[in-house]
Design a protein around this ligand. Structure first.
Ligand code: NAP
Length: 319
């Protein structure tokens, strides 16, 4: 397959990059400061694109590659790919579901515990020698708190199962009610936020879920409520979140994702009731290798005429 041109748009695990380089004619976007330079020389030979949410495949890129057949998203959330353009041009799209679910759900629980028990603050308390001057203040208990999940998909469900282990009542809001689920469904995010202590955002980013966490939702969660975001930064109206935290209208926030990554609002840096992570949900060695293998497996399947391992269905009802 060495003669098949493949464009790598995003940063990936070195293992994946090496495999792509070995099996395909690899073009790295990072080698071309001007995209026009890359396209003028190689556009016609590129048949596959590997991308992610930060460095995606937008309509402009897709239009510029006349022989593009497949877009492989190195991640589960395909908000960085113009799915309508792919559907229009008959380009196949794959992602890396399931293999990252555990790592992201583990991290969500880690964020909750870190936030409620002030684990980062406690660590700094010990390191700075303050413990010798007195005990650390009391914090909030996680076990038994009601957890509300926005988006009861693969990751949302995995978080729910973990939270059950902490004896937390679980409720959720999703695009559709899940009759088979034993968890309580609320028909709106505001109602969900009004009825839980910890609101976890785990839905996919679409036009409908952009700023799904707005002032109304934050106010419904209130000064004793906590927001956890392991979905996408754009799910949350960040300006509203910052002002709610600064003004004490929200109890706290644990955030793995931000609206304008890697930029994080400076106002959050001085607050002890926030935990800030650099978008590391699936960032474990085991998970990244499994994601890489899915990308490689999908590529091989596509170019050998076999069924894709994890295709995105491009019918109009899911885009
Ligand atoms: P999934 O199984 O497809 O679940 C997506 C969930 O979003 C579904 O429950 C779906 O509801 C819900 N949803 C979609 N549109 C909605 C709407 N308009 N209103 C309410 N809910 C809506 O995907 P997943 O594997 O769990 O991943 C979920 C998301 O997590 C990804 O899309 C990605 O953005 C994010 N993620 C983040 C990280 C990270 O690094 N922090 C890592 C991986 C994934 P229905 O079930 O009712 O259709």
């Amino acid at each position: 397959m060495g003669s098949i041109g493949l464009l790598l748009v995003c940063k990936v695990l070195p293992y994946l990059e090496q495999e792509l380089d070995y099996h395909y004619t690899l073009f790295r976007m990072s080698d071309y400061p001007q995209m026009a330079q890359l396209l003028s020389h190689h556009a016609a030979s590129i048949r596959a694109v590997v991308c992610n949410t930060r460095a995606g495949a937008d309509a402009k890129l897709i239009e510029a590659l006349p022989n593009l057949e497949i877009v492989l998203n190195y991640g589960v959330g395909v908000d960085g790919v113009d799915l309508n353009k792919c559907r229009e041009k008959g380009i196949r799209v794959t992602n890396t579901p399931d293999v990252l679910t555990d790592s992201v759900a583990d991290l969500a629980i880690g964020l909750i515990l870190t936030l409620l028990r002030r684990i980062c603050e406690c660590d700094r308390y010990v390191r700075s020698g303050q413990w010798k001057k007195g005990e650390y203040k009391l914090t909030s208990k996680f076990s038994g708190k009601t957890v509300g999940i926005v988006g009861l998909g693969r990751i949302g469900l995995a978080i729910a199962k973990r939270a059950e282990g902490f004896n937390c009542p679980i409720c959720y809001y999703s695009r559709t009610e899940k009759p088979e689920s034993k968890y309580k469904y609320y028909p709106s995010v505001v109602e969900l936020a009004s009825n839980c202590d910890i609101l976890v955002v785990a839905c996919s980013l679409t036009e409908e879920t952009y700023h799904i966490i707005n002032r109304k939702v934050i106010d419904a969660l209130g000064p004793s409520g906590f927001l956890i975001n392991i979905g996408r930064g754009k799910h949350v109206d960040e300006a509203e979140l910052v002002s709610a935290l600064v003004e004490g209208r929200l109890g706290g926030a644990g955030l793995d994702v931000f609206e304008n990554e890697p930029h994080v609002p400076q106002e959050l840096f001085g607050l002890e009731n926030v935990v800030l992570l650099p978008h590391v949900g699936p960032g474990t060695v085991e998970t990244r290798i499994a994601m890489a293998d899915l990308v490689l497996g999908n590529l091989e399947a596509h170019f050998h005429g076999k069924p894709l391992l994890t295709p995105i269905c491009l019918t109009s009802d899911v885009v």
